[in-house]
Design a protein around this ligand. Structure first.
Ligand code: FPP
Length: 244
C-alpha cells in the first residue's frame, strides 16, 4: 500500500486499486430540472477531480465504469452526449499527457465506437503506455459477463487449434485473458447514488474486493468522500476466505 500524508482527517494507507461505478448523474440533473446530459457533464468533471486526487495520493490503479454493454439501450441523445464527453476528455488528456504522466487504458470492446473515438482511445493508450503515474482504466462498452465470455471463447479457440489444454486453464491463466490482464484485482469498489448492485462490473476481478456504498450522487462525489471510503476500507479485515 502507498502511504501519503495530507491532513489528520485523511486516511494514511491508500489501496493499490480502487474501482468506481460513476452512478447518479441522471438523478443529479433531474433534481435540478436539467437534462440528463447535464448530469453526465457534471459527472465527467467529478471524474477529472477524482482521477487527479488519486494520482496525488499515490494510488496505483483507478478503474471507472463509463459506459456498459447495456447502456446502448439509452436514447441516442444521451449516448451521443456521453461519447462526446469521453472524446473531449481524451483530447484534453492527450494535450497534457506528457506533463500529467497518467497512464490510460480501456476495458471493453471498442469496435462499435465511432472511428474518431476509437482512434483517440488507441492514441491515448499508445502515448501513455509507459507513464508511471496512476493508471486510469476506463470501462467503455464494458460488461463483466461479456468479458468472461470473450476470455472463454479465446481459450476454447486455442484448445480447438491444439495450442492449449483445457485442463491447464487455471485462475491466473484465465485472468490473463481478461481486459484487466496483468493488473491486480480491485481492493475497493465504490458505488455512489444509493444503488446496492454490482451491475455487471468487474465480475471476475471483484471476488475479494471490499465494497463501499454511499447515497452521494456521482457529480457530488468529492475527494473527502473518497477519503471516507478509503478510511472505511482500512477498517475492514480482509481474510480472502481464510481466518485472522
Ligand atoms: C451512470 O449514471 C453514468 C453513466 C452511464 C455514464 C458515466 C459517464 C460519465 C461520468 C461521463 C464520461 C466519462 C469520462 C471518463 C470522461 P446514470 O445515468 O445511470 O444515473 P441515474 O441512475 O441517476 O439515472
Amino acid at each position: 500500500m502507498a502511504l501519503f500524508k495530507r491532513s489528520s482527517s485523511t486516511p494514511q494507507a491508500v489501496p493499490a486499486h480502487v474501482a468506481i461505478i460513476m452512478d447518479g448523474n441522471g438523478r443529479w440533473a433531474q433534481k435540478r430540472g436539467l437534462p440528463r446530459t447535464a448530469g453526465h457533464a457534471a459527472g465527467a468533471e467529478t471524474f477529472r477531480t477524482i482521477a487527479t486526487y488519486c494520482k496525488n495520493i499515490g494510488m496505483q490503479y483507478l478503474t471507472v465504469y463509463a459506459f456498459s454493454t447495456e447502456n446502448w439501450k439509452r436514447s441516442e441523445t444521451e449516448i451521443a452526449a456521453i461519447m462526446g464527453l469521453l472524446e473531449k476528455y481524451l483530447v484534453e488528456a492527450l494535450q497534457k499527457m506528457a506533463k500529467d504522466r497518467v497512464k490510460i487504458a480501456f476495458f471493453g470492446d471498442l469496435t462499435p465506437l465511432s472511428p474518431r473515438l476509437r482512434a483517440l482511445c488507441e492514441q491515448v493508450t499508445e502515448v501513455s503506455q509507459n507513464y508511471e503515474g496512476v493508471q486510469v482504466n476506463i470501462c467503455l462498452n464494458y460488461g463483466g459477463r461479456d468479458e468472461i465470455l470473450r476470455a472463454a471463447r479465446a481459450y476454447a479457440a486455442k484448445c480447438a487449434a491444439g495450442a492449449a489444454d483445457p485442463q491447464a486453464l487455471d485462475e491466473a491463466a484465465f485472468s490473463d485473458l481478461l481486459f484487466s490482464a496483468r493488473i491486480p484485482d480491485p481492493d475497493l469498489i465504490i458505488r455512489p447514488s444509493g444503488e446496492l448492485r454490482t451491475s455487471n462490473f468487474l465480475l471476475w476481478q471483484s471476488a475479494y474486493a471490499e465494497y463501499y456504498f454511499t447515497d452521494v450522487l456521482w457529480p457530488d462525489f468529492t475527494p473527502a468522500e473518497l477519503d471516507r471510503a478509503i478510511a472505511a476500507y482500512n477498517g475492514r479485515s480482509r481474510r480472502f476466505g481464510g481466518v485472522k
